[in-house]
Design a binder for this molecule. Structure first.
Ligand SMILES: Cc1cc2nc3c(=O)[nH]c(=O)nc-3n(C[C@H](O)[C@H](O)[C@H](O)COP(=O)(O)OP(=O)(O)OC[C@H]3O[C@@H](n4cnc5c(N)ncnc54)[C@H](O)[C@@H]3O)c2cc1C
Length: 357
């Protein structure tokens, strides 16, 4: 059986990016994902401008720009009473865009393949054993071996669960997502709307479709759906994708020969739309760490450096995310904040600039 340098469970942005950078560094890399791509994903589909520099390093930025997408010009914060504050987003080539995850994730995974990573789709990891190297077993009884294992399998990480590292999920809230027909005159904006039962995010993803997300506690979901059906004139039989939890404690990102990246390591409130950036960047950092170890650098110090770099990535951003979480957990407080921002828009402008820097 082939012994891979690195096996990555999960081919989302974190896993694909990690595989691509590992392959570029000459490592024998394997990606296992339970889905067959292209596949959709519960997400707001917004790509934070910080992602562009990483996509440039992968030689992928132009190919992302060539995908059907929307260039987002502003973000509209809407309070429960309908009051609205509009903040402009950065313009230019490296602006915030929205692009369907089915397209974006498939492009990333194919880039990893192009660079030499082995990719197995439709392959669910179900068991792990460590005897120096990792033995990885799948639902259909295949097994793979690797020196290093990466958990890039999202917020409900099987790798973390199998290693007894997955924090107890607080299934406080659920997210629903659908692509619906783009309302006339919607404009090139992201809408973040507080509702009595939770919040909604909306962004056009191309000329004809709107990404619509709803977040609320389980008992409020029927009301949120009714609001969406009425507000966007969509049918009651509209199909929705769902995901939970919306937040949970983090998993330590570095273990002996096991690393966690993206949502598997840390889940952040989606309101600020940064998860894909964290996934891409942590994937790149993990690849760098594994390449250094494979070149003979001291494992312990490389892993300490990886942990520091991951902490650094969130530093200066996480407090805004926590602020957003406090606002969305109490939509009335969030709405009050928007009312205040009508007179002092500099507050929201500052926060938006920080998020999209
Ligand atoms: C409602 C909502 C809106 C959001 N909006 C935005 C936004 O607008 N912008 C933004 O940047 N972020 C947003 N996010 C966050 C973003 O979606 C995530 O941060 C991002 O998808 C994390 O990428 P990842 O690669 O870590 O994990 P994922 O994208 O979840 O990928 C994990 C992969 O692992 C695979 N997998 C899972 N288990 C197994 C297994 N046992 N075996 C094999 N494969 C497995 C899955 O099939 C999946 O492909 C949003 C999140 C939510 C919930």
């Amino acid at each position: 059986m082939q012994l891979f340098d690195v096996a990555i469970v999960g081919g989302g942005p974190a896993g694909s990016n990690c595989a691509a950078f590992c392959a570029m560094a000459g490592l024998q890399s394997l990606v296992l994902d339970r889905e067959k791509f292209p596949r959709e994903k519960v997400c707001g589909d917004c790509l934070n401008p910080s992602c562009w520099s990483i996509l440039e390093r992968l030689d992928l930025a132009q190919r992302v720009r060539d995908l059907p997408h929307s260039k987002l010009r502003s973000v509209a914060f809407i309070a429960i009473d309908g009051r609205e504050v509009i903040i402009d987003l950065p313009s230019g080539t490296n602006c915030e865009i929205s692009v369907k995850r089915s397209l974006f994730d498939e492009l990333l995974l194919n880039r990893a393949r192009e660079l030499g990573a082995h990719v197995r789709e439709g392959t669910t990891v179900t068991a792990l054993a460590n005897s120096g190297n990792w033995e990885i077993e799948t639902a259909i009884g295949e097994s793979f071996s690797a020196r290093t294992l990466i958990g890039a399998d999202g917020r409900n990480s099987t790798v973390a669960r199998l290693r007894s590292l997955l924090p107890q999920p607080t299934r406080e809230r659920v997210a629903l997502q659908a692509h619906i027909p783009l309302p006339r005159n919607f404009g090139r904006r992201v809408v973040l709307q507080f509702l009595p039962e939770g919040y909604s995010g909306q962004a056009p993803v191309n000329e004809t479709e709107l990404n619509l997300c709803l977040v609320g506690r389980p008992p409020t979901i029927p009301k949120l759906r009714q609001w969406a059906e009425h507000h966007f004139e969509i049918a009651a039989h509209q199909a929705w994708r769902t995901i939970t939890p919306l937040t949970r404690s983090s998993v330590p990102c570095a273990h002996k020969n096991l690393l966690f990246i993206g949502d598997a390591a840390r889940v952040v409130e989606p309101f600020t739309g940064e998860g894909i950036y964290y996934a891409l960047r942590s994937g790149e950092l993990a690849a760098d760490a594994i390449a250094k170890i494979s070149r003979g650098k001291d494992r312990q110090s490389v892993l300490r450096g990886f942990t520091r770099a991951c902490d650094q990535m969130y530093r200066g951003r996480l407090w805004i995310n926590r602020l957003a979480r406090a606002a969305v957990l109490s939509p009335r407080i969030g709405s009050f904040f928007i009312q205040a921002a009508q007179f002092q828009p500099a507050i929201l402008r500052l926060l938006t600039n920080k998020i999209t820097r």
